[in-house]
Design a protein around this ligand. Structure first.
Ligand code: CP
Length: 319
């Protein structure tokens, strides 16, 4: 019997335009429908390896895999023999003979995740690494598509650290025509240049705008304001006075009113009173908790795309 040819999702840059749109559309369909009882991952086993804390991503992929019919094997940060010196390559060679999907969160870089992706029997999904948080961006696009009916042409102001959420958002939005992403990142904490360069390449095809500044002096009119927690999971700040540097980048009522944004997004977890005021996070414009739920809907779309490549992306059946 032919071996399965599963698909990895390590970076959004790996996704073809059609696949990106398919996953987002599928996520919206899952968000709109009650469960169909169809279980495309039945008979499959998913490994859930989280070396760092997580509430949303771990739960969304675990619940998503279970609901799609898979069985789970879960690993915490201290469980694998990697902790006693076994290489990732050896670990991957072993796991890929037993698992169909491996969902990984690590504080390491993209190269570490690619080391797990040794063959196409076991799909590897990046559930966040130091460089990029691609499944967060897919949930964000799902939320935008659900709220506005499209992603094309949307204007987004991102305020905060140029972390893995920001890099994924930069890669994602620039793939849609006519979008504008205004990044306002604290000095010394911008989006890594390679993501900005990649976004500019995307923009040549889509006409998207990606602009980064390190102050809050000029805030353009936008549809959406997005922020993220100042303390990114698994990272430490390289300057002692970072709180003073970040302080002007808080999203409060003045930022929302000044930009005319209809929607506020936050990848969560949040610290009310730091990156965002409680008034904004819990206000009527905030979709932060719908966005969190969409991580689950989007995770099912990702699992299906990675683990069951023969899925055609037909609309989810409404019941
Ligand atoms: N947004 C996000 O990735 O949340 P968790 O860290 O809780 O998974």
């Amino acid at each position: 019997m032919a071996e399965p040819a599963r698909r990895h999702l390590i970076s959004l840059a790996d996704l073809a335009d059609t696949d990106l749109r398919l996953i987002v559309r599928r996520g919206v369909e899952y968000a709109q429908c009650r469960p169909t009882g169809e279980r495309p991952l039945r008979d499959l086993v998913a490994g859930i390896l989280f070396r760092k804390t997580s509430t949303r991503t771990r739960t969304s992929f675990s619940a998503g895999a279970l609901r799609l019919g898979a069985q789970l094997v879960t690993y915490g940060p201290g469980d694998l023999q990697e902790n006693t010196g076994e290489t990732i390559e050896d670990t991957a060679a072993v796991l890929s003979g037993m698992l169909d999907v491996l969902v990984v969160r690590t504080a390491g870089d993209e190269a570490e995740l690619r080391a797990y992706a040794v063959n196409r029997r076991m799909a590897v999904i990046n559930a966040m690494c130091a460089d990029e948080h691609p499944t967060q961006a897919l949930a964000d696009l799902t939320t935008l598509a659900q709220r506005f009916g499209k992603v094309e042409g949307l204007r987004v102001l991102y305020v905060g650290e140029g972390n893995n959420t920001a890099s994924a958002l930069t890669l994602a939005l620039s793939r849609y025509s006519g979008t504008a992403l205004y990044l306002r990142t604290p000095p010394g904490y911008g989006v890594a240049q390679r993501f900005l360069d990649r976004a500019q390449l995307n923009a040549k095809h889509t006409g998207a705008l990606v602009e980064e500044r390190h102050d809050m002096a000029f805030l353009p009119p936008v549809d959406v304001v997005y922020t993220t927690r100042w303390q990114t999971t698994g990272t430490v700040k390289h300057t002692e006075n970072w709180r003073e540097v970040f302080a002007p980048f808080q999203v409060g009522a003045a930022v929302m009113a000044g930009t005319g944004a209809e929607v506020f997004l936050h990848d969560l977890p949040a610290h009310r009173g730091e990156e965002v005021t409680a008034e904004v996070l819990d206000g009527t414009a905030s979709l932060a908790f719908r966005q969190a739920e969409n991580k689950y809907h989007s995770a099912r779309a990702v699992l299906e795309w990675c683990a069951v490549p023969e899925t055609r992306g037909d609309p989810v059946r409404h019941v």
